[in-house]
Design a protein around this ligand. Sequence first.
Ligand code: SAM
Length: 321
Amino acid sequence: NTVENDNTAIIETNTDSSSCKLYAISRDYWSDPYMKFFTTKHERKTPEINIGYYIRVTAIRKFLKKFIQQTNQQCQIINLGCGYDTTYFNLQDDPSLNVKHFIDIDFYQITEIKTRLIRRTPQLAEKLNINEEEESISIPGGLHTSTYTILPVDLREISSLDKQLQLIEKNLDYNLPTFFLSECVLIYMSLENSTNLLSYITQKFSTCFFLNFEQINMFDRFGQIMYDNLKQRCCHLLGIQACKSKQTQCQRFIDTNFQQAQLISLNDYYKQYVDIREKQRLDKIDGGLDEKELLEQLFDHYCFCWAYKDPLNIGLDKVTS
Ligand code: SAM
């Protein structure tokens, strides 16, 4: 199937994410001293998009912080479809947020470039203990140190994911609480593929937490995909069926042996968790929103869904929005 084999359009979505993030960072929506090393492309974006990314990034940071604190830093983080995401480097800057091991995973085409950029940028390389790099394990198109690993994996191929994780077994503990992050990733694989991935995770990792940020309410009342521009791109949105509703987003986690799943739309997150002073600050950056309606329309189509498996009751139910 040519669509499934041609990953170019899927890989390109990282260019879009990174450049939107870089633009918002350059406008001080939030701070991230590392993104600029991965991309230089930043085109002007609308305030709605900037605020959307602001919530996406800051909410994910809050979830991570709660998880790291709840586990007393005795935990691992695996970033699925990481793109050029800089979470590892930002966490390194706060000793209270260092974790046992952090793994970034994406297609080879992305990890190869990400690895190269990290190695040749002193501000990034110094966060790696690169001298400590395990000589014995060389990962083509990736890298491995005792605290940070980049793996080139097509997440639709569970056996290759399993093999790559086996390679770094010495620094990976399947019994340590593990946070899986997927930020706009699952929608690019079929429901069957993402179900296999989620099942693999709950089989392998005894205590795990999954945070999924992606689209929701993607169909109108006639069952048609909402936006015109999406229709053109929808051949790559193979997992869109899971992005129908709160029910479909949560159920996929219950079906794959997570014990609990919860969801909040971007709209509700903005209303409930972004405090009034912060809203005012955001509003000022781009001179105020013309219409709140546009923002609400956009934010209705994104959500955070989180799920966990916590057989030892270490308190993963406390990791919430
Ligand atoms: N998570 C990053 C962020 O939010 O900035 C990147 C998001 S980008 C929209 C989607 C990412 O998922 C791309 O980097 C893409 O290559 C990756 N991805 C999608 N399907 C994948 C798969 N089957 N295996 C590995 N990576 C995948």
